[in-house]
Design a protein around this ligand. Structure first.
Ligand SMILES: [Zn+2]
Length: 63
């Protein structure tokens, strides 16, 4: 898995890892990243609760 600069993992929900990072404007963003091979889903959210909700409802794309 490629390392992200300034990515700090804070929790894990199923295969989805949630972490915080700084964007280029210095704002904290909450990123949800699926760690399943072949899925590759990731998304940024402005709040941790939104990222957790997305992680709980995420379904991997079947292959
Ligand atoms: Zn997935």
């Amino acid at each position: 898995m490629p390392a992200r600069d300034f990515f700090h993992s804070v929790m894990r929900i199923g295969p989805v890892q949630i972490g915080t990072r700084r964007d280029r404007h210095g704002h904290t963003r909450h990123a949800a990243v699926c760690t399943t091979d072949g899925c590759g889903w990731s998304s940024d959210y402005s709040s941790s609760s939104a990222a957790q909700l997305a992680a709980r409802t995420h379904r991997c794309t079947p292959r």
